[in-house]
Design a protein around this ligand. Structure first.
Ligand code: NAI
Ligand code: MG
Length: 500
């Protein structure tokens, strides 16, 4: 027990961190820093460099210098290095998980530890794919050899958010590097520490400059990175609003972008479903145990009118068992919202819901104003019921534990409502009637549909959005090939002089 407490203390100690440029740990050129706080108790847990243009320029220069050597390293050798990183990461899962829980507010047991374990999986998976960077031969005739090569693009700029920072970093670093690119990654200002730890482990195995990791604000380091003319590809995860800014910047230089953006994903429940079993899945799909700070959150619950009331009663009974508390406490299921801005935004949505006379509060409500939970940015799982899909709470991404329940009668009508969103990331369908379930899965506009489950991503699957939820796919070999390689076609005339 003492050991656990001591290691928790280490993860929480105030300390100054540096960023990784060209294999060295450095301060910002200006010497400026900013603080990283725990959203569970508002204490400062570290300071990090406030990177700006000049730091971005040196990081991109380092990545540019490292590119020729890294891109010519045999793909299987690059993969082997990623595998070695995975082995080393595995020894540090607990440390990374605790840093993650402290800075992000995500509960250790339900979120931070599984996230850290998955990071190992990501490096292992992409580390095994070096030999899959293969091209094709094109059958143009016996005397012509035409073949394609999957070549790396160059220096990749990566920008990530704070909600699952190490997994989102790993999903950019591992495939981009496996494919022979080098990278400059900007961490999220609210949760850079676990990613810096990940960078430290990576840098023990990678040549200098292959991976550079910066800390800094979006409008300073982030925009300098996306505007740097030497960046040949931008890979971004975050809000749709910022994704548009990144894409506009990339358009100036015709640079390809991968964008993993927001969502407002529907859960469609048919009346034949086993309710006790489905409530568990709906709660998972809503990601209540990550304070619903997930782009995949199934945040619009379309319940058939025959089961509307009974289902919500069962959902309340299920969700009320989740324990909200200190993210580092093993008994906590739910932690804290990342920062004051997001906390106020979530509270604003709850207030709107409470003030809307057509909406009914099913359970939850405004956060506690006294006791331990009032000392951090803790919110409660909250559900509103409303007859239609047309209000701010069911149109905008809340990124907090506020679920809206909407009744429906007719299959076509529910699909129309589900698709009435500018987002199209994930969807969840609940029915034991296979025809109905798959018809719905095909009709719903989303990059990823789950039938009768509300689980997280797994390596190898195709993950990404349609509509304003983004461009590109992650988590798979195909995603790596599409996002981090470019195709070159070489055509060779094999004819001898005699053949002319
Ligand atoms: P954001 O999209 O502004 O931040 C994500 C990353 O982009 C951070 O690293 C940030 O520093 C960077 N960034 C911000 N402005 C930039 C710019 N002009 N140029 C380059 N980089 C920039 O998201 P934020 O402010 O943290 O959260 C706002 C909302 O975004 C949330 O309420 C949620 O709705 C959505 N969001 C969605 C996420 C997802 O996984 N799809 C993750 C985080 C937020
Ligand atoms: Mg924070």
């Amino acid at each position: 027990m003492d050991e656990v407490l001591n290691s928790q203390k280490t993860a929480l100690d105030t300390r100054h961190q540096k960023m990784l440029i060209d294999g060295k740990w450095v301060d910002s050129a200006s010497g400026e820093t900013f603080e990283v706080c725990s959203p569970a108790n508002l204490s400062t847990i570290a300071t990090v460099p406030r990177g700006r243009d000049e730091d971005v320029r040196s990081a991109v220069s380092a990545a540019e210098r490292a590119f020729p050597g890294w891109s010519r390293t045999a793909p299987r050798q690059r993969g082997r290095i990623l595998q070695q990183i995975a082995d080393k990461l595995e020894l540090h899962v607990e440390e990374i998980a605790k840093i993650l829980a402290s800075e992000s507010g995500n509960a250790l047991r339900t979120q931070a530890r599984p996230e850290a374990l998955m990071v190992v999986d990501v490096f292992r998976y992409f580390g095994g794919l070096g030999s899959e960077l293969k091209g094709e031969t094109i059958p143009l005739g016996e005397n012509i050899l035409s073949y394609t090569r999957r070549e790396p693009i160059g220096v990749v700029g990566a920008i990530i958010p704070w909600n699952a920072p190490t997994i989102l970093a790993a999903l950019k670093i591992a495939p981009a590097l496996c494919a022979g690119n080098t990278m400059v990654l900007k961490t999220a200002e609210d949760a850079p520490l676990a990613v810096l730890k990940l960078a430290e482990i990576c840098s023990g195995f990678l040549p200098d400059g292959v991976l550079n990791v910066l800390t800094g604000y979006g409008t300073e380091a982030g925009s300098a990175l996306s505007a740097d003319p030497r960046i040949r590809k931008m890979s971004f995860t975050g809000s749709t609003a910022t994704g548009k800014v990144i894409m506009r910047e990339a358009a100036n230089r015709i640079v390809p972008v991968s964008l993993e953006l927001g969502g407002k994903s529907p859960s469609i429940v048919f009346p034949d479903v086993n309710e006790d079993w489905a409530v568990e899945g709906i709660s998972n799909a809503m990601r209540f145990t990550r304070q619903s700070q997930s782009c995949t959150a199934g945040s619009r619950l379309f319940l058939h009118e025959d089961i509307f009331d009974s289902f919500l009663e069962k959902l309340e009974a299920n969700v009320s068992q989740l324990v909200i508390g200190d993210p580092l406490d093993e008994t906590s299921d739910i932690g804290a919202i990342i920062n004051e801005k997001q906390y106020n935004k979530v509270c604003g949505f709850i207030e709107d819901g409470l003030n809307n006379t057509d909406a009914k509060l099913v359970f939850g409500g405004m956060p506690p104003t006294e006791g331990l939970l009032s000392e951090g940015y803790f919110t409660m799982p909250t559900v509103f019921a409303k007859k239609d899909n047309k209000w701010r709470l069911s149109a905008e991404e809340i990124f907090g534990p506020v679920l809206v329940a909407i009744p429906w009668k007719d299959e076509d009508e529910v699909i129309r409502m589900a698709n009435d969103s500018h987002y199209g990331l994930a969807a969840y369908v609940w029915s034991h009637d296979i025809g109905r379930a798959l018809r719905t899965a095909h009709a719903v506009e989303a990059g990823w549909v789950q039938v009768n489950q509300g689980l997280g991503q797994a390596m190898g699957h195709s993950y990404g959005g349609t509509k304003q939820s983004g461009i590109g796919r992650e988590f798979s070999l195909q995603g790596m090939l599409d996002s981090f390689t470019q195709t070159k076609n070489v055509t060779v005339n094999l004819m001898t002089n005699r053949d002319y």
